[in-house]
Design a binder for this molecule. Structure first.
Ligand code: DGL
Length: 274
């Protein structure tokens, strides 16, 4: 039997499934392995040191499972851990190992969506406070003004599956009002947290008329397709049997019940200990 060499996809919990779904559409033959650290989610309010330590444990776990390429399908981990892992840890894991995030591919194209050149970004406290988005966007689109809003209640709302409640509506409205009070010229809103697409209906009903709401999945997927074309050796090493295995650090029954909301199909996850 051929040993699997899948692409690893990691998130603090369920959010990365919104990225995985698009990766599977863009790369239907590639094998994937998804790891959700549900037992320790959310990462958004945690310190740099903690997010870095948890993310590195997850990356090493995925490397041990045969992945040469790991996608951090989590903005918080991309903002707080990716650079240190790339610069400090990868060399000792083997020169062929790669870890990519979701912020860089998003910022490479984000400016193209805005006519007013004012964009809004909603994300976790960790992502917003890292200033990763304004810093990266300034490299590719220096003319674009960035307005950010941390939305600390949104991930708990999603992880607890209470999207369609008055409580969810209250917190989403409160944070969007705070963001759009910063500028009336924002014409593009990026959901800078991979969990947030689950709230897209509520968000779209509350943003000012004419504002485009962007999710990251298809952007990250297009970027990965391009990256694999530019790295044919890496791509050749990934097994391609349309396989996907799901792991969670928390209860598998909960994961399976919830994952279908994100993926549109049911899964049977396995337990992981980091
Ligand atoms: N889904 C993650 C992100 O994109 C964060 C969720 C969390 O706070 O753990 O930032």
């Amino acid at each position: 039997m051929q040993t699997k060499k899948p692409i690893g996809v990691f998130d603090s919990g369920y959010g990365g499934l919104t990225i995985l779904k698009e990766l599977q559409l863009a790369l239907p033959m590639h094998d994937f392995i998804y790891l959700g650290d549900n037992a320790r989610a959310p990462y958004g309010p945690r310190s740099y040191e903690t997010v870095y330590q948890y993310t590195l444990e997850a990356v090493d776990w995925l490397f041990d499972k045969g992945c040469d390429l790991v996608i951090l399908a989590c903005n918080t981990a991309s903002a707080k851990a990716l650079r240190t892992i790339q610069q400090k840890d990868l060399a000792s894991r083997g020169s062929h190992k790669r870890v990519l995030g979701v912020i860089r591919p998003t910022t490479e194209v984000l400016g193209q969506y805005s006519t007013s050149k004012e964009v809004g970004i909603v994300g976790t406290k960790g992502t917003v406070e890292s200033e990763s988005y304004p810093t990266e966007i300034a490299k590719f689109f220096p003319e674009v003004k960035v307005f950010q809003q941390a939305c600390p209640m949104w991930v708990p709302i999603i992880e607890n599956r209470v999207y369609d409640t008055q409580g969810a509506q209250f917190f989403v409205e409160q944070d969007l009002n705070a963001l759009f009070a910063k500028s009336g010229a924002i014409d593009t809103l990026l959901l800078g947290c991979t969990h947030y697409p689950l709230l897209i209906d509520t968000i779209e009903s509350l943003v000012p008329k004419g504002v485009k709401v962007l999710t990251q999945g298809s952007i990250v997927a297009a970027s990965l397709v391009d990256y694999l074309k530019r790295h044919p050796g890496l791509d050749a090493g990934i097994t391609k049997q349309s396989d996907c295995v799901f792991y969670t650090t928390d209860a598998t029954a909960d994961f399976d019940a919830h994952a279908a909301d994100f993926l549109g199909y049911s899964v049977h996850s396995l337990p992981a200990t980091l």
